[in-house]
Design a protein around this ligand. Structure first.
Ligand SMILES: Nc1ncnc2c1ncn2[C@@H]1O[C@H](COP(=O)(O)OP(=O)(O)OP(=O)(O)O)[C@@H](O)[C@H]1O
Ligand SMILES: O=P(O)(O)OC[C@H]1O[C@H](OP(=O)(O)OP(=O)(O)O)[C@H](O)[C@@H]1O
Length: 233
């Protein structure tokens, strides 16, 4: 059986993912046109490349549809329940870095920590009769961080699939949980990260699906080690 590796077909991780595989000694030939979603490693008939979007890669890893994938840790933690049992992070690749953060409006001057946010959430309910609204596409991470880690229960999630930073100004939510890298989008929207409000420091990772048979498959070890070596260089 071939070993299947899923690489980003588009988006911000595509070029660097291909480059790191190449540096690891696996030059990739896309079959047919640039638009083809299958590829091969030159000289290796036993390794198959599947080009998928970053979030599809997380999903395929979760169901064991591919052996390896390169995608963001945020998409793994958000997309897969019990991700530790289903996948293993074999290497952190040093690109695609971004933090998932809790951010509040700048004008909330006295809210600087998660504990302050917990107080606000309780007050909010008492004062307005409604729960604090959190705009995010990171449902799972938000619930884990607010409820499990910080014991905040009085909030509701407003699903946001784009332009999340605009939700508070638009009156759709009070605060947000979203990804940030340079911080400029938060700043432009007059939002501020709480001092202990980093939910996850994410970057692109080589991720392996925990599949039966991997322990005995020399190619699995070879790919993980070669990619780790390429990061170190
Ligand atoms: N500034 C940033 N904004 C958003 N995501 C970023 C940023 N920097 C790095 N990332 C990471 O990039 C990954 C998403 O990549 P990208 O937006 O290219 O995916 P995509 O092709 O849109 O995928 P999909 O269509 O599956 O969502 C995430 O893991 C995210 O953490
Ligand atoms: O901290 P910053 O450097 O400002 O980056 C953060 C922003 O970048 C991303 O959006 P992008 O415009 O890239 O579009 P996307 O949501 O389609 O990825 C992300 O959704 C944030 O809004």
């Amino acid at each position: 059986m071939n070993v299947t590796v899923a690489l980003p077909s588009k988006g911000r991780m595509k070029e660097e993912a291909l480059a790191i595989f190449e540096r690891a000694g696996f030059p990739i030939a896309q079959s047919g046109s640039e638009r083809s979603y299958r590829g091969r490693v030159e000289g290796r008939e036993d390794i198959e490349i599947a080009f998928l979007s970053a979030s599809e890669i997380a999903r395929e890893l979760g169901r064991g549809g591919v052996d390896f994938g390169i995608t963001g840790e945020d998409l793994i933690r958000e997309g897969l329940a019990d991700s530790e049992t289903r996948v293993a992070i074999e290497a952190r690749l040093g690109f695609g870095r971004a933090d998932v953060v809790v951010a509040v409006p700048d004008i909330w001057l006295d809210v600087t920590t998660m504990a302050d946010l917990g107080d606000v959430a309780a007050d909010f309910r008492a004062r307005t009769g409604r729960r604090l609204a959190v705009a995010t596409k990171y449902w799972r991470l938000t619930q884990q961080f607010l409820s499990a880690t910080h014991g905040i229960q009085l909030y509701r999630i407003v699903e946001s699939l784009g332009a999340t930073e605009g939700a508070p100004a638009a009156g759709q939510a009070d605060i947000i949980v979203d990804i940030t890298s340079t911080g400029s989008t938060l700043k432009a929207n007059h939002l501020r990260v709480l001092s202990d409000g980093v939910v996850l420091r994410s970057e692109a990772c080589l991720v392996r699906a925990r599949c039966d048979g991997h322990a005995e498959d020399a190619r699995v070890k070879e790919i993980a080690e070669a990619v780790r070596g390429a990061v170190a260089r």
